[in-house]
Design a protein around this ligand. Structure first.
Ligand SMILES: *[C@@H]1O[C@H](CO)[C@@H](O)[C@H](O)[C@H]1NC(C)=O
Ligand SMILES: *[C@@H]1O[C@H](CO)[C@@H](O)[C@H](O)[C@H]1NC(C)=O
Ligand SMILES: *[C@@H]1O[C@H](CO)[C@@H](O)[C@H](O)[C@H]1NC(C)=O
Ligand SMILES: *[C@@H]1O[C@H](CO)[C@@H](O)[C@H](O)[C@H]1NC(C)=O
Ligand SMILES: *[C@@H]1O[C@H](CO)[C@@H](O)[C@H](O)[C@H]1NC(C)=O
Ligand SMILES: *[C@@H]1O[C@H](CO)[C@@H](O)[C@H](O)[C@H]1NC(C)=O
Length: 420
């Protein structure tokens, strides 16, 4: 289909969906599956530094390293220990069962910037990663060996290795057959000790899948487990309701969870979930126009270009000394007087208020904005397409927290509306 046709279709879709919102609601359980998201309740359990998370993300976007090996995001947490930063409001998980019968339950980190499934093997867990659950192929009747070696290397030099295996995996009521995934056999101890998850569920497009493995989403659609190639996120940010992480709906959208109509935007590039954002402004000052933004639920903050970060920090009254382990600490009493940030997406304004973009760890407030690079140095780095990587925005959980977001991998669109 020509892209213009796609766009027309997308625009008419907006109208149709808006007019039939109540109808859509009555239809919404038509072959779709709702998964409840989890968050870690214990604020001190994961001491996770944003600095390392940025490294990981940088690796994903980095054109220099082997992109086929680095498009996976894994919570790699070696490095500076920071008691402040924890998993609360920074990572979202689902539980899944591996194999048949369903006796092997694991926790999977959700990630829209990677497209593979991976899980610790039980052998590795038993030998050196004991706080976690792992997958034991000998206990599954539907296991099919593959054995292809698998490796991911991180910017930090940490390496995860394993093999590919194929089995059924179950998400809620969806039993996904013949899913090929990576069974992780070695990983850094730091990852085992500090991360809360046993594997990663990549919800990215097939274009970024490692080793050409059929993605979980492709299998779910091909096996007729959902009617429409769509999924949507409602991410909960309510701090007093920590264990309730929100909802991932596979196969549709839930109009009771957003206000008004979804605004649809076609992907600007079919790799990541990436769109062109018309304009971003803070307190009336323009941060960029026609900016490229990637939607990544596996990233905690909103990653912005250095130029934009400088202006944002100025508006937030932040100084260099407020930066600790990649997080900008801000006086909580100032939060109510901070400006809104407005994203113009699909000719519509989407506003983040200070309470949306400031994270509050029981009285310690942290800015929800950071950058990929060390902004004190002047670096420009372009990828194969000539894009300036320092110019890319990454909409992480801080962004997801304010908006209902729909991902359409049939029409290659993103839909967005304010959360209820
Ligand atoms: C929270 O996690 C920390 C570190 O793992 C542990 O020491 C503490 O006992 C946990 N607290 C609760 C209430 O589970
Ligand atoms: C895997 O399952 C088999 C069969 O139940 C068992 O003998 C073996 O000890 C298990 N391996 C691990 C590492 O748990
Ligand atoms: C799964 O793979 C097996 C063996 O390769 C094949 O017989 C079966 O049809 C596949 N099932 C699905 C649902 O793709
Ligand atoms: C292993 O999986 C990969 C990716 O799905 C596939 O290309 C390859 O043919 C498989 N190899 C075997 C031996 O099944
Ligand atoms: C947050 O969660 C608590 C506990 O479930 C609930 O009482 C409160 O109404 C929620 N706040 C908002 C703003 O939804
Ligand atoms: C931050 O959290 C503390 C304690 O949880 C609360 O008393 C305070 O009002 C919060 N501040 C803001 C700005 O949300």
């Amino acid at each position: 289909m020509q892209s213009l046709q796609k766009l027309r279709l997308a625009l008419s879709l907006v109208l149709i969906l808006c007019l039939t919102k109540s109808m859509a609601e009555s239809n919404r359980w038509r072959k779709s599956v709702q998964l409840n998201l989890h968050r870690e309740k214990n604020h001190t359990k994961i001491l996770r530094s944003f600095e390392n998370q940025k490294l990981r993300l940088k690796e994903k976007l980095d054109p220099v390293t082997d992109t086929t090996l680095t498009s996976l995001s894994v919570s790699e947490t070696s490095g500076t220990k920071d008691n402040l930063i924890n998993s609360h409001n920074t990572e979202y998980y689902v539980t899944a069962d591996f194999g048949t019968p369903k006796t092997q339950k694991v926790t999977l980190l959700l990630d829209t910037a990677s497209a593979n499934l991976l899980v610790y093997s039980s052998k590795f867990v038993k030998a050196s990663c004991s706080l976690h659950n792992g997958y034991n192929s000998s206990e599954s009747l539907t296991y099919q060996g593959n054995g292809t070696a698998f490796q991911i290397q991180f910017a930090s030099q940490d390496v995860l290795t394993g093999i590919l295996s194929t089995d059924t995996f179950t998400l809620g009521d969806l039993a996904v057959k013949n899913q090929t995934f990576a069974e992780i056999n070695t990983a850094p101890q730091s990852l085992c000790k500090r991360s809360n998850f046993d594997g990663i569920l990549g919800l990215g497009l097939p274009e970024i899948a490692l080793d050409g493995v059929t993605t979980p989403l492709e299998n779910i659609v091909d096996q007729g487990l959902i009617d429409e190639p769509i999924f949507s996120f409602f991410v909960n940010r309510n701090a007093s309701d920590a264990s309730n992480g929100g909802v991932l709906l596979l196969g549709g959208s839930d109009p009771t969870l957003y206000r008004g109509c979804l605004t649809y935007v076609p992907l600007s590039k079919v790799a990541f979930w990436q769109i062109t954002v018309g304009q971003v402004k803070i307190g009336g000052k323009k941060l960029c126009s026609n900016c490229q933004a990637i939607f990544d639920v596996g990233t905690s903050l909103i990653i912005v270009p250095c130029k934009a970060l400088k202006i944002i920090n100025q508006k937030l009254g932040l100084k260099k000394t407020d930066l600790k382990n990649g997080a900008h600490i801000i006086d909580c009493s100032k939060v109510s007087s901070l400006p809104n940030i407005v994203f113009n997406i699909g000719w519509k304004d989407f506003t983040l208020t200070p309470s949306d973009y400031i994270l509050n760890y029981t009285g310690t407030c942290v800015s929800g904005f950071s950058s990929l690079s060390d902004c004190s140095a002047d670096q420009t780095k372009t990828n194969d397409d000539g894009e300036d990587l320092n110019e890319i925005w990454v909409f992480g959980d801080v962004f997801f927290g304010a908006f209902y977001i729909l991902f359409d991998f049939g029409l290659k669109l993103i839909g967005i509306a304010p959360k209820v």
